[in-house]
Design a protein around this ligand. Structure first.
Ligand code: 4AD
Ligand code: MG
Length: 477
């Protein structure tokens, strides 16, 4: 007999047909009602058991967490909460679950507790909903680019260059850490390492994507990236996924237009395709917010927030304009910011980004034309000689969700920059080559995938939107 997913069964007309379904027990009430879930939907199917038909030993095995195969008849349900149910006539126990030690009890658990049970937390409604949305979002991202003439480009994971120049990389080496080979001057001799040079896990696929954009025109990466920054925040991971489109012949404005359209389209996809999960997550968030003081609660419910992003134009202002707004803002004057804004040129902290988005504009904001000094080496210098064509997109509740720029395509200007920053020109010989052979203006950006999942699901901590989070002191699973 064909097995159906619970999602399929719940949409099937009940005609007293024989059906078979597999799943895990959520609850077993009154020795009579099994709520079964198989991950295909947030909803459970109710399987009604006539306990007189089954022997006691079998019934004892039906506890929360057990895996079952159930055969029965699909009928209209007279009970509240579901349209159909199964009148069970056969139960096969795939695997029992000890109700006393099973960590996922049918009650509310804290997110902290569930992080310690990362291998089992997917059995909760919240994590299953988040991960289904995460999957749908991945699909929407690929669909958007594939529809719009972009090629999926697989950036290498092991690289010899530090794309962001921030020196926050994880070394990849096969040398014996206790007794590495040394050079005459006593330093580790990486010539003897696996790749014959120092290599790291990539922090960004951008530099390699630039090479491919200069041949394929429009490309995008979607892969894991790694940063050894010691930030224990609700928005940083050591291993996160990033989407990086890179387009030949795009200037900064084209880049911003693309980023805004892209974000709106992928969120629309979720609104159209993940309604049940989003409704569940919206309710979860409302319940969570009830425990917070009024001032910290968000003004909009989750789905309205998503619709707001789709329906409204993002505000676009320069860094210089943003600094003016911040300098004159109430929290700055009253010294409420942890980092005061005094001078042009200071880097914005997330408290400033969130002030702009959540308090001042109440709308997603694209900040552009940042001071060269606080941005990466590859960004195109403006005519003023002090700002670069960078753009960051700031989102409510998240802060920076996208970082991008128009790239410096002029060989002489780029070389000067590299020398001034003390980067070894030889390391970037191939990147400079791109400026020697058919250089052209080009642009791109990086969207932090988990931050987007956070926004879409309303989850407060980035550790709860990736299956097995990697953060400082934490790689258990
Ligand atoms: O602003 P970032 O560092 O930009 C780049 O890496 C560029 N190479 C992108 C490009 O132009 N192709 O990172 C891009 C985005 C950030 O806006 C943020 O959303 C996310 O990646 N991000 C992180 N997400 C989770 N954990 C971290 N540690 C992150 N660091 C950056
Ligand atoms: Mg950035």
């Amino acid at each position: 007999m064909k097995s159906y997913s619970i999602k399929e069964l719940l949409q099937t007309k009940p005609l007293k047909q024989e059906v078979e379904v597999n799943g895990w027990v959520k609850t077993f009430r009154s020795n009579r009602f099994i709520a079964l879930n198989d991950g295909s939907t947030i909803n459970n199917i109710q399987c009604v058991v006539d306990f007189e038909q089954f022997n006691e030993d079998l019934l004892k095995k039906i506890a929360t967490g057990a895996a079952l195969k159930i055969k029965g008849v699909l009928v209209e349900s007279l009970g509240k909460g579901q349209n159909v149910e199964i009148q069970t006539h056969e139960i096969f126990v795939h695997g029992v679950s000890d109700p006393d030690s099973y960590p996922i009890q049918p009650k509310k658990h804290s997110m902290e507790f569930l992080r310690e049970q990362a291998h089992l937390r997917i059995r909760t409604n919240t994590f299953a909903a988040v991960m289904r949305v995460r999957s749908a979002l991945s699909f929407a991202i690929h669909a958007y680019f594939q529809k719009n003439g972009f090629y999926y480009f697989h950036a290498p994971i092991i690289t010899g260059s530090d794309a962001e120049g921030a020196g926050e990389m994880f070394r990849v080496s096969t040398l014996d850490p206790k007794a590495p080979p040394l050079t005459d001057s006593g330093e580790v001799n990486y010539k003897e390492d696996f790749f014959g040079k120092e290599t790291n896990l990539t922090v960004s696929g951008q530099l390699e994507a630039e090479a491919y954009a200069m041949g394929l025109g429009k490309v995008y990466t979607f892969g894991p990236t790694f940063r050894a920054e010691n930030s224990n925040t609700s928005r940083h991971l050591a291993e996160f996924w990033m989407i990086e489109p890179e387009m030949a012949f795009y200037d900064l404005k084209d880049n911003m237009d693309l980023a805004e359209d892209f974000i709106k389209k992928i969120i629309s996809y979720l609104l159209e395709n993940c309604e049940e999960d989003l409704k569940f997550l919206e309710k979860r968030l409302l319940d969570e917010e009830k425990t917070k003081p009024m001032a910290e609660r968000s003004e909009m419910a989750l789905i309205d927030r998503l619709k707001f992003v789709v329906d409204n134009e993002f505000i676009r202002i320069t860094y210089t304009e943003a600094i003016e707004i911040l300098r004159n803002s109430k929290p700055n004057k009253k010294k409420k910011f942890q980092y005061q804004i005094d001078e042009w040129g200071t880097d914005l902290q997330s408290e400033h980004e969130r002030y702009l988005v959540e308090k001042h504009f109440k709308c997603p904001v694209i900040l552009f034309d940042y001071p060269a000094k606080i941005k990466a080496f590859y960004m195109r210098l403006n005519e003023d000689g002090k700002t670069v064509r960078a753009m960051d997109i700031l989102f409510p509740g998240i802060g920076e969700i996208v970082g991008g720029s128009q790239r410096e395509e002029r060989l002489d200007v780029l070389k000067e920059k590299i020398v001034a920053l003390g980067i070894d020109e030889k390391e970037l010989w191939w990147y400079l080559d791109l400026r020697k052979y058919g250089t052209a203006i080009h642009s791109g950006f990086g969207l932090g995938f988990e931050r987007m999942v956070q926004f879409a699901t309303g989850m407060g901590n980035i550790r709860d939107v990736i299956p097995f989070p990697r953060t400082p002191q934490n790689a258990e699973f």
